[in-house]
Design a protein around this ligand. Structure first.
Ligand SMILES: Cc1cc2nc3c(=O)[nH]c(=O)nc-3n(C[C@H](O)[C@H](O)[C@H](O)COP(=O)(O)O)c2cc1C
Length: 193
């Protein structure tokens, strides 16, 4: 089983982030989880009070999954994932705010999510960024282009209408399947091929 760093920043898309962590743990992977200082405000809006702190978010997972989800504190630079010597199979930032995106693009490693992404880049590990903003400004697009050129995968959370989803859950599961495809993880969602 693999080990993934999952960073959750304060952009919109918290249900997708929760689903990502849940599915990785359900499949038996280890998740090194970090929430930014601003993530809880967005979680409060999108998921409710019972999820709106790093501890509450962590405790919301089923106990058998939670055993594989390690919660890190956002300013704990002594954490394992702050170091390039910590071996893992990839880093996922979901959702990625424009602020976190900008910081990663200039190498500003001033919290544990940004540091983990910085480490993934310098160690040439898989870095998957799920940016959420609409519309994107020239600054956002330049930052995404810069990171894509460094090898990061930039994959906005976008539905595919041709899959004819019937519910928001189905749409979210499809979006997550495309994101986890980047790590070679197959959620078994219908494909064209
Ligand atoms: C309900 C809510 C939704 C937000 N959605 C977005 C978003 O989609 N994209 C974004 O870049 N920022 C969004 N923000 C603003 C970020 O939370 C804010 O820029 C914050 O500084 C991001 O910091 P972080 O990247 O360290 O989490 C949202 C804030 C709130 C309260």
């Amino acid at each position: 089983m693999a080990r993934y760093v999952v960073g959750i920043s304060g952009a919109s898309g918290m249900r997708l982030a929760h689903l990502a962590v849940s599915e990785l743990a359900r499949l038996g992977h280890t998740v090194e989880l970090v929430l930014s200082r601003h993530a809880p405000s967005t979680i409060l809006q999108e998921m409710g009070e019972e999820y709106a702190s790093p501890t509450k978010f962590h405790e919301s997972f089923k106990p058998e999954y939670r055993a594989r989800i390690k919660l890190h504190q956002i300013y704990d630079f002594t954490s394992s994932i702050a170091s390039g010597s910590c071996q893992h199979d990839g880093c996922l930032i979901i959702p990625c705010s424009m602020s976190t995106l900008a910081a990663i693009a200039i190498g500003l490693a001033d919290n544990l999510i940004r540091r983990a992404a910085d480490v993934a880049l310098k160690e040439r590990r898989k870095l998957v960024i799920v940016p959420r903003e609409a519309p994107f400004s020239e600054i956002h697009l330049e930052n995404m282009l810069k990171l894509a050129r460094m090898g990061a995968c930039i994959i906005p959370p976008q539905p595919a209408w041709y899959m004819n989803p019937k519910t928001i859950e189905e749409m979210e599961y499809f979006m997550l399947s495309r994101i986890l495809d980047q790590f070679g993880i197959d959620l078994g969602v219908k494909r064209w091929c």
